[in-house]
Each structure stands twice: as C-alpha cells, then as structure tokens.
Design a protein around this ligand. Structure first.
Ligand code: ASP
Length: 415
C-alpha cells in the first residue's frame, strides 16, 4: 500500500465517524438500522483476537530464540504499564479536585432516582474487597481450561500459556522446527487478514457509530444527558486529553525520540477503531497492524507488549475510575480526606488492571473503588447515562497507552 492510500484510509474513517454522528442526529431511526453492519464488523474484529494473540505472542518468543531474553523487556513493560497507569490516576485526581464537578451537581430527588438505577450495576460486583481483588487479579492469569478461556476471550491465561509453550519450543531445537515455523506463518497470515479487514473499516465504523449515537438520540436524551452531566463529562475528558496529549507524548519523546504527532497519526486507525468499538480488545488487531506496518515498531515488541497491554494496561480507565469516584463523593457530599484519596488512587489502578477490554467494563470494576472508601455503590447511577460515550474516549486513550508502550519497550529488545 502506498503512503498516499494509507492516509486516505484514516480520512475515510474520520469522515465515516462524522457522517455517522450527523446521521444519528438527523434521523435516529435510519441510523439504528445500521446496527447489523456494526455488529458484523465488531464480530469480524473480535473473531481475530484469540488466534492473533496466541500466534503473535508465541511467534514473538520464537523470534527471540530464548525466553530468558524476555526478562528485561518484560520488566520494562510491566514498569511502563504501572507508571503510566498511576500517572493517569494522578491526573484524574488533580482534575476532579480542582474543577469539583460534583459540588451541587444534583438535587436530592434526582440523586435518589439515579441511585435506584445504579443498583443494577452494583449487583455485578458486590463484596469486592481489596483482598478479593488482589486474589482475583492473580487467579485471572491462570485457567483450568484453555478452550473455555479462548471461548470467553479471556486473554491473560492464553498469554501465560503462549509464553510458556513458546518458551518451551525454543528449548526443543529441531524436533519442533515445523511447529515453530507454522506458528510464525500463521501469525503472518493473520496479519494479512487484518489488512483485508481494514479495507471495510470505514463502513464498519460508520455502522457502529451511527447505530449507537442513533440509539441515544432516539431515547431523546443525548443533549439533555450531556447538559446534566456536562461538568463531570468534561472534567474526565480534559483529564484524558492531558494524559493523551501531554503525558504520553512526553514519555514517547523522552524514551524514543519519536515525533509524538507523527506517531499519533500513524496509530490513528487504531485509535479511531478503539473509539468506535469501545473495546481495546476488539481494536487490538488494528493496533498491532498500525504499530508494526505504519509506525514501524519492531514486531518483537508489539507482538508481546500490545496483547498484554490491551488486557492490563488501561490508563484511560484508571483516570476515569479515580475521577468518577471522587465526583460521586462530591455529588453526595461525602468528604474524602488525603488517605482516602490515596485509597482511591490505589484501587483505581487495580480496578483498571482488572477491567476487561470490553465496552463499559470500567463501570463495573469501579464498584471496587467505591467500596474501598465506603461510598454507597448505588450512586454509580450518577454517571451511568454518559458512560457509553465516555467509554469511547477512555478506550482510545487505553489503546494509545499500549501503542506508546510498544515503542518504549522496543528499545530494551535491542539492547
Ligand atoms: N472499554 C474499555 C476498554 O475496552 C474498558 C473500560 O474502561 O470500560 O478498554
């Protein structure tokens, strides 16, 4: 593909998103009719995830030749994930404490009504204590049934298995040469498949976006909801913008000397896909494609850093979880001291790591944060109405964080 064609695709996708939103406003019924198209595109992307993650992680390790060579990059990747997540949380806390969007945001009657709506979400995560969370995070790495993990797109145990299995292959020499070669070839073929998928991306993205915005518009409350939750929405959005446009670009420039704007542009199709699908997992195939083919990140790094990142590195989600928890506290007049804000920071980090890369997963794991500081969890109802929209922005930041990570960690493979 020529450079010119590549840039056209990004423009097409952008155009598709703008047209999709416009159509949703003008004719929500018509817009909702595109739902099937969106669902098909989403399924095609998601269908790729499990084979791609397994093939790419394995082929990455086979390429290294020795699993021990993963030690240093692995350590750096984990350090990167943690540092950037914590930085995102800090930005979220600063923003929400400075702007205080929750103070006087809602009256008591509305508060009660919204709390009732929140009950539904709460049921999904009751009894989440810090102990239970840590235990769950550890258990999430392992499975007793590879097939069921694959069926549920539970990537972490699949990654653990792939690392061990491929590591073993590298020690078995010529006896397993055919398997190793096949894995590398399967990986190449899957990447070619993604290239094909990208040809219909503008159409798929158009359908996804117009159907969802159309649904919101048909409920007749998109603008109303935005007005009501405007202060909260814009505070989190501003935090996300700072993280994506200041923090991550600085990290990228300091560690790789890459031009952040250029890098963002090279990753643009992945970012737009993340926005449209609200799922870093569904966007993963595109993220990997852009990182390798457009941004020129080494395959060694992206094959390993991106799948793991899509599952555990969620800067946008962490920022939002911290911001939303404090917003809720402000709205219901619940004082949170320094220590409690620290608890929010720690649990928001863990909750983001534990959140799956699927739409609105962060909303559910946020119950953990609320529980940890004793906030009444049903008030999650306060932020319910805009969550589907905010989710798209935080997912975009999640995907960008992973992409920057693959470029940063790349250096440690060379050294
Ligand atoms: N939708 C987000 C993701 O897939 C997770 C979340 O914050 O809800 O990355």
């Amino acid at each position: 593909m020529t450079n010119e064609k590549k840039s056209h695709l990004t423009l097409f996708i952008l155009g598709a998103i703008v047209t999709a939103v416009a159509l949703a406003f003008v004719s929500p019924e018509l817009a909702m009719g595109f739902e099937v198209g969106g669902e098909i595109f989403l399924r095609l992307l998601t269908m790729m995830v499990v084979p791609l993650v397994m093939a790419s992680v394995m082929s990455g390790i086979i390429g290294l030749g020795d699993i021990r060579k993963l030690g240093r990059p692995g350590g750096i990747a984990v350090a990167y994930y943690l540092t950037t997540t914590v930085m995102a949380v800090i930005v979220g806390l600063i923003m929400v404490n400075l702007i205080q969007p929750g103070i006087g945001a809602v009256d008591q009657a509305t508060l009660n009504a919204l709390a009732a709506e929140g009950e539904g979400v709460v049921a999904q995560q009751e009894g989440a204590t810090l102990d239970a969370i840590l235990r769950n995070l550890l258990l999430m790495l392992f499975t007793d049934n590879l097939i069921s993990s694959a069926a549920e797109t539970n990537l972490l145990p699949l990654i653990v298995f792939s690392v061990i299995f491929a590591g073993m292959l590298t020690t078995m020499g010529r006896r397993v040469a055919a398997i190793s070669e096949m894995i590398v070839q399967v990986n190449d073929a899957l990447l070619a498949f993604i290239l094909l998928l990208m040809k219909v991306a503008p159409l798929g993205i158009f359908c996804l976006v117009t159907a969802r915005f159309g649904e919101a518009q048909a409920e007749g409350n998109l603008l109303e909801v935005l007005r009501q939750t405007g202060a909260y929405f814009s505070t989190v959005l501003a935090g996300l913008a700072i993280h994506a446009l200041v923090t991550l670009p600085c990290i990228l420039w300091i560690f790789t000397r890459r031009n952040p704007l250029r890098f963002m542009y090279q990753m643009s199709q992945a970012l737009l896909t993340a926005f449209s699908t609200a799922s870093s997992t569904a966007a993963l195939p595109v993220t990997m494609d852009c990182a390798v083919r457009k941004a020129g990140v080494s395959r060694r790094s992206s094959e390993f850093v991106l799948p793991l990142g899509a599952t555990i590195n969620m800067d946008g989600t962490a920022l939002y979880e911290a911001g939303a928890a404090i917003f809720i506290a402000q709205a219901i007049g619940f004082e949170l001291g320094m220590t409690q804000q620290l608890v929010v920071a720690v649990t928001a980090t863990l909750a983001a790591i534990g959140a799956a890369g699927i739409p609105e997963a962060g909303l559910v794991t946020m119950i953990i944060v609320l529980n940890a500081v004793g906030l009444p969890v049903e008030y999650v109802g306060l932020i319910l109405s805009v969550d589907w929209l905010l989710d798209r922005f935080r997912t975009t930041v999640n995907a960008f964080g992973d992409a920057v990570g693959s470029a940063v960690v790349e250096k440690s493979f060379v050294a």
